[in-house]
Design a protein around this ligand. Structure first.
Ligand code: NAI
Ligand code: MG
Length: 501
């Protein structure tokens, strides 16, 4: 039985079981305990997954450690060729993978899941092609010395991913870490493991046993055990800043390197000279409304120049409310559902807070309907509050839902000061017809990624990551692979060796 079959809703009584990948085999957890995966758009169970714990982590790490010596010695271009074959396989299966992503995450098939499946395949293609670039340097110490560096893999990598773009974020751990010669234990998010397991199926066909192991289970059980495992030589985490700190503490105990890709509260600054209709489209894209704004790069603080404040919000309302909320698998749907009840309750809590605040004005949206078809799933309405302050909770905390706060500005320095007044620094957006203003702002903003006049997503090759509490390290690029998944060894050779007499 394939993972995908396991994920198909069964007409009859019991759910099919998905299994996890350890040492080349599809297995249940050693305890036999399971968790249920739900379709959040219908609040219906779709599959069970193993509830992996420390014993399963031990088995997976041991398998990865056994596979490491041989894998690390495969010539890099040959490792790259295997990644290219995985890319082909994933491209063939992209539509099926996209439907599975939509089913388990609630992300709309047309606007989100299909793009995610294709980009994930492309990530394997990108890193597969980079395998020949794992080059070192030579150091010019004179004619009598040869001093060179090698890029060596670290060993067993432990990676933990979230549910918001699960397959893409999984591909971004698997492809660069394996390309560089490491072996991997990947912990999928409990809410969206099925697409990741399907990707693992494509990988398993081409990889030696133990090179890739994919675990399912809870963060506090499987995730924590992986972060603390003494054999794991590198930790790579994408998720909340709160858990990122736990991962970093676990890494500190054993002095292992960490990459952390954490939360954001990214500013979007609109100047008065930009074409409003065009910027509205960009702000909607940057806010990731079509992923229910469950994105670390969501431009969720909108700094609008005071001269255009009301007219811009009027246009934003018209265009946002024209987007269709509904069944993620329906081709007509633009916006799907929030991932789970916990996140849904959290998002509704922020909206309720905004409604209570006297000086904030609800521009559109609000609490979700209690009746009708949308009440059957975790559907949240795109919501915008206008307020003069960058200090309240809704403007400071990562909501991870479709709630945007609009704040007016008059002076460019003041806009940039407010944009930077955040403990996050992941992404930013600047909208202006004047490229001088655009670049001045781009250079002054404390964020790892600033887009000027566009609101798109990351592309392979882009060194993507956070400033401040948004994270440490970059993984999306050649430099990211080299910095995050290899360690440098220097070899220094004295060439002036006298021969034995
Ligand atoms: P989370 O950070 O708790 O979960 C992400 C991953 O970490 C999951 O695989 C989870 O099982 C694992 N995990 C959780 N606790 C762990 C622990 N103690 N040790 C090791 N691994 C652990 O995120 P959650 O609870 O799903 O969402 C909460 C908030 O986090 C969201 O509202 C959002 O603000 C933020 N978030 C940010 C993401 C990003 O891409 N920057 C992605 C997901 C959530
Ligand atoms: Mg959590």
């Amino acid at each position: 039985m394939s993972v995908t079959e396991a994920a198909r809703p069964q007409a009859k009584s019991h759910l099919r079981q998905a299994r996890m990948l350890i040492d080349g085999d599809w297995v249940n957890s050693r305890s036999a305990a399971t968790l249920t995966v739900e379709n959040p758009a219908k609040r219906q169970p779709i599959a069970t997954i193993p509830r992996g714990d420390a014993a399963d982590v031990d088995a997976a790490v041991a398998a990865a450690a056994r596979a490491f010596p041989a894998w690390s010695r495969v010539a890099p271009r040959d490792r790259g060729r295997l990644l290219l074959r995985i890319a082909d396989k994933m491209e063939e299966a992209a539509e099926e993978l996209a439907r599975l992503i939509a089913l388990e995450t609630g992300n709309a098939l047309r606007t989100q899941a299909r793009g995610e499946a294709r980009l994930s395949a492309d990530i394997f293609r990108y890193f597969g092609g980079l395998a020949g670039e794992l080059k070192g340097e030579t150091i010019p110490l004179g004619e009598q010395v040869l001093s060179y560096t090698r890029r060596e893999p670290l060993g067993v990598v432990g990676a933990i991913i979230p549910w918001n773009a699960p397959v893409l974020l999984g591909a971004l751990k698997i492809a660069p870490s394996l390309c560089a010669g490491n072996t991997l234990v990947l912990k999928a998010a409990e809410d969206a493991p099925l697409g990741v397991l399907m990707m693992a199926e494509a990988c398993r066909e081409f990889l030696p046993r133990g090179v890739l192991n994919v675990l399912t289970g809870l963060g506090e059980e499987a995730g924590a055990a992986l972060a603390q495992h003494p054999t794991v030589r590198k930790l790579s985490f994408t998720g909340s800043t709160e858990v990122g700190k736990l991962i970093m503490r676990a890494a500190a105990d054993r002095i292992v390197p960490v990459s952390l890709e954490l939360g954001g509260k990214s500013p979007s600054i609109v100047y008065p000279d930009a074409d409003e209709d065009w910027v509205v489209d960009g702000v909607i894209a940057g806010m990731r409304f079509t992923r229910q704004s469950q994105s670390c790069t969501a431009g969720s603080r909108l700094f609008l120049h005071a001269d255009i404040f009301d007219s811009f919000l009027g246009k934003l309302q018209a265009k946002t409310q024209a987007l269709k909320l509904g069944d993620p698998l329906d081709e007509a749907t633009d916006i799907g559902s929030i991932i789970n009840e916990k996140q849904f309750t959290k998002v509704c809590g922020y909206v309720a807070d905004g409604l209570k605040r006297k000086d904030a004005r609800l521009v559109f949206g609000g609490l979700p309907p209690k009746e009708g078809p949308l009440s059957q799933g975790y559907f949240a309405l795109p919501t915008v509050f206008a307020d003069a302050s960058n200090d309240w909770r809704l403007a400071r905390e990562e909501i991870f839902g479709p709630v945007l706060v609009a704040i007016p500005w008059r002076d460019e320095d003041e806009a940039i000061r407010m944009a930077n007044d955040s403990h996050y620094g992941l992404a930013a957006y600047v909208w202006t017809h004047d490229i001088g203003s655009g670049l001045r702002a781009a250079h002054a903003i404390e964020s790892g990624w600033v887009q000027v006049n566009q609101g798109g997503g990351q592309s392979p090759g882009h060194s993507y990551g956070g400033y401040k509490q948004s994270g440490i390290g970059r993984e999306f690029s050649l430099e990211g692979m080299l910095d995050s998944f290899t360690q440098r060894k220097n070899v220094t050779v004295n060439l002036n060796t006298p021969r034995r007499a």
